[in-house]
Design a protein around this ligand. Sequence first.
Ligand SMILES: [Zn+2]
Ligand SMILES: [Zn+2]
Length: 207
Amino acid sequence: MDKDQARGKETEGMSEWKQRPPYRIHESNDNFDARYEASCHCGKVKYQLSREEPLDSKLCHCTTCQTQHAAPFQWAAIFHKEDISFTNGHHDLEWYDPTDKSIEHKLPCKVRCSFCHSPIMDEGRNMILLFPSLVHFKNDQDKANFKPRCHMFYGQRVMDIPDGLPKWSGLNNESDLIEDSPPELVKQTERKREEERAKRFEKGENK
Ligand SMILES: [Zn+2]
Ligand SMILES: [Zn+2]
């Protein structure tokens, strides 16, 4: 893909990426149920989410997130690519691949507003990692749906967060647990959480 195409300035036809999730525009007759609204800092990029609860929500302490977000850690929520619908500015995005430091659109990549440069999401091959800080939560329950469920890359942290959540030294479920995450407690917590999630799923509340 050439640079202009990657930047959405192609001269011939629609870029392929514009027609696929997460960038495909949802029409009003799409049955897209907008439960959340979100926007970047300048407001040029706006999107809606249809899923009530993210597939996962976590705090990442890796040094790439620290640098990319200029923050001690990053808060990310995982969604399917079909769960998002951009309503504004989604063709004015910029991409960055931290692996080879290129700005082409290839997966996985980091996505920002091309005007105010707010991080919008990490686009993976199958999923997207959104940043809930951009979502306009209307009440405490909305916010609770996005509550972080674990810390990852806690081994690279710049500060301790004694909140009782599971803390993984690297990727969650694939690395060692650290300090205030006794494995038995984490197992109990995870089991209880999954039971509750399964119950809500049965009741059809976990869409
Ligand atoms: Zn912006
Ligand atoms: Zn990270």
